[in-house]
Design a protein around this ligand. Structure first.
Ligand SMILES: C[S@@+](CC[C@H](N)C(=O)[O-])C[C@H]1O[C@@H](n2cnc3c(N)ncnc32)[C@H](O)[C@@H]1O
Length: 256
């Protein structure tokens, strides 16, 4: 046996001889030390901590989170958006007039689905204009790309957005339309705050949706107005011509 082995044996021996009460106190002290060390490495409140928010823009707040239900993003057949009567019922040309969409404008159709509005806006803005079709569903974007080629519309660009960020270029758009999409946006205040930098001077944001509780394919217009205001938009117009059933509404905002 070498000297180190002998020392270890002696230490083990002394520990063994300590009374039970002293051992319990020692164990409690060790556990307390571990707990304190662990607390120091974790933020006190991960939700409230600014570091815990996704992509920290200077103007973003943890209070941007909403406390209401939202609807599951639609992922079914695209044919339901192509009802031949829709154009007339929605008065889509009037919607574009309200949003001041004209030859040469740049427009974003967010939650573009089948591209129903995208292609109509692309025809209105013409070869000097541009339409961004923004979606979180990559399959729908493939459909829109194919549709643009088939309809010879070279002024359409597809963007795979994030659930909380449209990923539009800065100061790129004159008008944005969310057609039956707002109720599906899971973090609308954060999303709107991230939309803001893409809006040019005087750009208009249109939201067409249906009255509802959030998780039933609709959301009340009062809720939309409050959330848009929190994100730095101001309501400038309110219309009810998009469907004569007093359920659908059309709100228009500008950056404050
Ligand atoms: C009910 S559909 C409406 C489609 C189209 N606007 C129309 O009315 O013909 C809603 C669409 O929004 C998309 N969507 C949901 N959340 C989104 C988000 N945060 N950003 C972009 N698209 C979103 C869904 O993938 C779905 O295609």
């Amino acid at each position: 046996m070498n000297v180190r082995d002998k020392g270890n044996r002696e230490r083990r021996f002394h520990l063994h001889l300590l009374p039970r009460s002293v051992l319990s106190v020692l164990l409690a002290l060790v556990l307390l030390g571990c707990a304190l060390a662990n607390q120091q490495t974790r933020p006190a409140n991960p939700i409230a901590s600014p570091k815990s928010s996704v992509s920290t823009g200077p103007d973003e707040r943890s209070s941007d989170r909403i406390a209401r239900p939202t609807s599951e993003p639609y992922s079914g057949s695209l044919s339901i958006f192509e009802d031949p009567k829709r154009e007339e019922r929605l008065q889509v040309n009037r919607v574009m007039d309200v949003l001041a969409i004209k030859s040469g404008s740049t427009v974003a159709d967010v939650g573009a689905g089948s591209g129903w509005f995208t292609v109509r806006a692309a025809k209105r803005v013409g070869s000097t204009g541009l339409v961004y079709a923004v979606e979180i569903n990559g399959e729908y974007l493939k459909h829109i790309d194919k549709r643009s080629r088939e309809e010879n519309l070279s002024n359409i660009r597809t963007i795979l957005g994030k659930a909380d960020d449209p990923l539009l270029p800065e100061k790129s758009v004159d008008a944005v339309l969310l057609l039956k999409t707002y109720h599906e946006i899971s973090e609308p205040v954060r999303w709107l705050r991230r939309l803001r930098p893409s809006m040019r001077e005087g750009a208009r944001l249109g939201i067409i949706d249906r009255t509802g509780k959030g998780d039933d394919h609709g959301v009340d217009q009062e809720t939309v107005v409050k959330e848009a205001q929190r994100a730095g938009f101001v309501l400038v117009e309110q219309h009810d011509f998009v469907k004569p059933d007093e359920m659908d509404y059309f709100l228009v905002f500008r950056v404050r």
